[in-house]
Design a protein around this ligand. Sequence first.
Ligand code: SF4
Ligand code: SF4
Length: 95
Amino acid sequence: MSEEIYKQAKKNLIHGCEWVPGTGDFIKVRTELCTGCSACIRACFGNCFQLKDGKARIKTYETCCECGACWFVCPENAIDFSWPKGGTGIVMEHG
Ligand code: SF4
Ligand code: SF4
């Protein structure tokens, strides 16, 4: 992470973490594989998904803690998960 981005994040830290925009679409649902089972929605404590037309869709990335639970629980392997670009996404004060 660049020094400038780190300083910006640290200034606004809330409960030890901060969202830094610019991630790109680092989680994608392959709708052709999604059965709409909602396992990812139940697993996501960031409330990042919604079910639309019987398929899971990303609602927001801004509350994603990058835990990977959605990817892990999907029985259809319909979720592509990759880490956000460097210096973006969730920034933790510790860890
Ligand atoms: S867990 Fe997988 S199959 Fe189930 S709704 Fe989510 S993306 Fe679709
Ligand atoms: S990585 Fe975790 S917080 Fe982010 S969308 Fe998946 S389950 Fe939700």
